[in-house]
Design a protein around this ligand. Structure first.
Ligand code: 13P
Ligand code: SF4
Length: 326
């Protein structure tokens, strides 16, 4: 007996099973690929078939031969996998795993905004709903956003949605003047510049590395800015020994694994909460993943016309990324 009324499978789990072994067995039996974002808990990253940033995960979803995609991430990521694989079963451990950034851009309001700028094209950050993707010309991620914008003619008028922080960062480095939708990520807006400054005094050798979803005051102080994959690669290659990491804490797992001799300090939030943990990403658990594999629920589905209209701007991004060698 099981229920999915709450958006995830509720069912008793035999306490004597080895959940890691059972997950491996079910993945093999059902030809499932388990994709996980770097913001997932360490145990989920450890059982994933592929761990990546939003671009890497979309690329992996595009090329997989698996029959079922199980996406340990948030809703918009699973939607992207479904849009790229309309005939495959796409599972998500908890349908409630949303994204504050995607939620900050409701399609009806965005459609009105778009009509107010008729001579602009729309570039949307992948952290948005399928409906926003369908209203966009090109999708981007934090890995390719600057290159995509720079590849367009200078005179091209652009609306950038939904992340105003990433948009402002791209405007700064590309010299463009894109019109920005007023959205933001609750996790990346929480870092305290004051506390980071104090940390830098205590750790004078530490480098501040930041995700471009952070506010400009943090980015201005950063020694390196990049997507989660870029941040991880930077810490691997750098000869520095200490890093203050201004993004969701899940990424620290791979940083510590790849460079156990280095020190990684999560950038502190502006209060005492654990707000640099994404509450949406952290809804996924090993138990939910096991039950999702067992019952093949919850399944992510989207209307056929939405799947088709959201696909074009994602494919444009993937084609451009391949052209850039990303
Ligand atoms: P990347 O995966 O592009 O680094 O973005 C991080 C993020 O916020 C995902 O929600
Ligand atoms: Fe969305 Fe921010 Fe969580 Fe990423 S970290 S899923 S942008 S709320």
């Amino acid at each position: 007996m099981y229920s999915v009324d709450k958006g995830y499978v509720e069912s008793a789990i035999d306490p004597t099973i080895d959940i890691f072994a059972e997950i491996e067995k079910l993945k093999r039996q059902k030809n499932v690929i388990l994709l996980a974002h770097y913001y997932q808990d360490a145990d989920i990253q450890d059982i994933a078939d592929f761990i990546g940033d939003s671009l890497g995960l979309a690329q992996e979803a595009q090329k997989t031969k698996a029959d079922i995609i199980l996406f340990a991430g948030v809703h918009f990521m699973a939607e992207t996998a479904k849009i790229l694989n309309p005939d495959k079963k796409v599972l998500i451990p908890d349908l409630n795993a949303g994204c504050s950034l995607a939620d900050s851009c409701p399609p009806e309001k965005f459609s009105t905004f778009k009509k107010q700028h008729p001579d602009h094209i729309v570039i949307s950050y992948i952290n948005c709903s399928a409906e926003i993707k369908a209203l966009s010309d090109i999708i981007c991620t934090s890995s390719n956003a600057v290159q995509i914008v720079k590849s367009l003619p200078k005179e091209q008028k652009i609306i950038f949605a939904p992340d105003k922080n990433l948009g402002a960062y791209i405007n700064k480095v590309s010299g463009r003047n894109m019109v920005l939708w007023d959205g933001a990520c609750m996790v990346h807006e929480i870092f305290s510049l004051e506390k980071i400054t104090k940390l830098k005094i205590q750790h004078p050798e530490a480098q501040l590395i930041a995700h471009p979803e952070c506010e400009s005051a943090i980015l201005e102080k950063a020694d390196f800015i990049g997507s989660t994959t870029a941040l991880l690669n930077y810490t691997k290659k750098s000869d520095k020994k200490e890093f203050i990491v201004a993004t969701e804490t899940g990424i620290l797992h791979q940083m510590i694994k790849s460079s156990p001799e280095k020190t990684f300090i999560p950038a502190p939030p502006n209060n005492s909460c654990a707000c640099n943990d994404c509450p949406h990403m952290k809804l996924n658990t090993l138990e939910k993943i096991y039950l999702t594999l067992k019952y093949e629920k919850p399944e992510l589905n989207l209307p056929k016309d939405l799947l088709e209209s959201a696909k074009k701007p994602i494919l444009r991004m993937l084609d451009l990324s391949a052209k850039f060698g990303l």
